[in-house]
Design a protein around this ligand. Structure first.
Ligand SMILES: [Zn+2]
Length: 605
């Protein structure tokens, strides 16, 4: 392979890097001295890594691979390592060729996989990305290989415009797209159905890393589903939708709140994929007309995650939605949830009570599950029996005894609650207090010496008291058992990779409905948008809270004619920080933006 054509020689590459200030003279010498022996070593290692499969690829080790492997300090910024992407970016500049960071979500599976064969793409680390202005844009690690570009031009009947990308990006794209395509095509051709395999409560699926994606073409559907999960993980997707249409099936991923169509599948593969996922989730494979729910436990690179699967019949077949429950999100240290230090102290006081009721409030999607699960994990210890009653169980944790509500067969919150009291629990988590019977049972449990955690769909902490009274819970029982209430919302956090300060006039904010009591210029933050956050400027979310302890003064106001305004006033006099105030703190500390502040506060505070 002519990868060492002149422009790609070690001398030229080193010269560009040193002209860009990335390497010193000493490092240049080190590279030239070590490159040959290191290259031989890496070639051996790469050959070992390739299994004895029929498909052997002949990508050679380039000078960039060698320099990357040396893990050099950047001469212009010694606290950073000279990585592959920085090198390619510098080379692109030096060669006056565009550098392209590959975003698989923006690509067309068919274009990528049908223009050139898989082996050709692998051997030359070259892959077509898109058609643009009559040109075929091709990502490559070596734009000077004229034969390769000519071959692609001939195959596609298009003029080729090469762009430089990293080997890592290209390899990942090839593995993901060709792997998926191969599985789908093979499945389409010689259909092999999934095998029935009833395992434990949870099926355990280990995802292969990109390097060890199988090349054999058996178990196509199994592989295709693995590819799906794998790309969902890689893209930080929260949901995967597989939707049947009249003559095809589409796969969409939800990333940071927005849906992206990633694949179109042949219609005849659709039901096989659905069956495979239903099998993994232990759903009834024969039942196609009624909605079903299940779960799959997965592991990828040592991280365990749970996937909640829901199937529902739609006009053209079964639609499947898989929600990826990330344990890093659901189980957090209480310190990281977003409480102020004062609120955290108060919350600790609530949950360290031997008995009583602690309520977490907010609408759907406000992060209540994360707060409850994180709390239970914090409280769990071998000498404590934690029992949860949920609808449905969001995430299985082996330290808890989790019971799922099944109203169809008469297993309700209330009926389970009556029974679990005989199971000697210390702490009970009730998914939701939705009716009087459940509330009464929760009160009973608290009165008999249990700590009960639950949720209510109320907008703020004070109105939770009136909601409990509205349900019909006697006020003296609320007084006797309620320990504290927290209300919460989630705000999107500014992406740390592209965060920047900017000046804005206080008066301008006031006109938007955000009165911070200052008219002058003030400094806030925002995300410029970068690759890591998909140009949204946001990455991750955190809670804003309102923590209300049930003090003596509050208790006196838990009366049948109680109104939440009075309760709120007392609570604020006693030091409660409202959600709105907490949001302002997040804004001023540069955690979130004023747009995000306005979104959550105007919505329902
Ligand atoms: Zn960003």
């Amino acid at each position: 392979m002519p990868i060492n054509s002149n422009k790609f020689s070690a001398d030229v590459v080193c010269k560009i890097l040193s002209n860009s200030g990335l390497i010193s003279e000493g490092q240049k010498k080190e590279i030239l001295l070590k490159k040959e022996p290191l290259k031989r070593k890496m070639e051996k290692a790469r050959a070992m890594k390739q299994p004895s499969s029929k498909q052997r690829f002949q990508t050679s080790i380039s000078i960039v691979d060698v320099i990357t492997a040396l893990n050099l300090e950047r001469a212009d910024n010694p606290s950073n390592v000279l990585d592959e992407e920085t090198i390619y970016q510098a080379l692109a500049k030096g060669w006056k060729i565009p550098f392209k960071k590959i975003d698989p979500l923006k690509l067309d599976l068919n274009l990528v996989t049908t223009t050139i064969p898989h082996t050709f793409a692998m051997n030359h680390m070259t892959v077509p990305l898109e058609k643009k202005d009559g040109y075929l844009i091709v990502a490559t690690i070596n734009p000077f290989n004229r034969e390769v570009m000519q071959d692609i031009a001939q195959a596609s009947h298009l003029k080729v415009r090469p762009v430089l990308s990293t080997r890592t990006d290209i390899l990942k794209l090839i593995n993901e797209f060709f792997g998926f395509k191969r599985s789908i095509t093979a499945a389409e051709n010689e259909f092999s159905g999934p095998t029935i395999d009833l395992g434990n409560l949870e099926q355990f699926v280990r995802l292969r890393s990109a390097e060890e994606m199988p090349s054999s073409t058996d178990q196509h559907i199994v592989n295709a589903v693995e590819h799906l999960f794998s790309s969902a993980f890689d893209q930080r997707a929260s949901d995967v939708h597989i939707e049947p249409k009249r003559d095809k099936s589409i796969v969409r991923l939800r990333i940071d709140g927005a849906l992206h169509t990633v694949y179109e599948l042949p219609k005849n593969v659709h039901s096989a994929i659905i069956s495979r996922v239903k099998n993994l989730a232990r759903l009834d494979m024969a039942e196609k007309r009624r909605p079903q729910d299940g779960r799959i436990k997965m592991e990828k690179e040592g991280i365990e995650a749970e996937i909640r699967v829901s199937s529902i019949p739609v006009a053209f077949g079964e639609k499947l939605v898989m929600r990826i429950m990330d344990p890093d999100v659901l189980f957090q240290d209480l310190e990281n949830l977003g409480f102020t230090s004062m609120d955290l102290v108060r919350y600790h006081q609530f949950i360290n009570m031997p008995h009583g009721i602690v309520l977490v409030c907010g609408p759907t999607g406000s992060g209540k599950s994360t707060t409850l699960y994180s709390t239970l994990r914090y409280l769990s210890s071998p000498d404590i029996n934690i029992t949860t009653v949920e609808d449905p169980i969001e995430m299985i944790h082996e330290d808890f005894n989790q019971i799922s509500v099944q109203p169809v067969v008469g297993i309700t919150f209330a009926s389970i609650l009556r029974n679990i009291l005989r199971q000697d629990p210390d702490i009970i988590m009730l998914g939701e207090m939705r009716d009087l019977e459940t509330a009464e049972n929760a009160v009973q449990a608290a009165l008999t010496g249990h700590l009960v955690l639950s949720t209510l769909h109320t907008n703020d902490a004070p109105s939770t008291i009136t909601r409990l009274l509205d349900l019909g819970t006697p006020s003296f029982l609320i007084q006797a058992t309620l320990v504290g209430i927290i209300a919460q919302r989630l705000v999107r956090k500014i992406c740390p990779h592209c965060k920047e300060p900017f000046e804005i006039k206080g008066s301008e904010l006031t006109s938007l409905g955000l009165d911070l009591g200052a008219d002058d210029e003030m400094e806030l933050h925002r995300g410029k948008g970068c690759f890591k956050c998909r140009n949204t400027g946001y990455l991750g979310r955190c809670g804003i809270y309102e923590v209300l302890p049930i003090t003596e003064a509050i208790k006196k106001n838990i009366v049948p004619e109680a109104d939440s305004v009075t309760v709120r006033d007392i609570a604020r006099r006693e030091g409660m920080i409202t959600m709105c105030e907490n949001a302002v703190q997040h804004l001023l500390e540069g955690v979130t933006t004023y747009e995000e502040f306005l979104r959550v506060t105007l919505e329902q505070l």
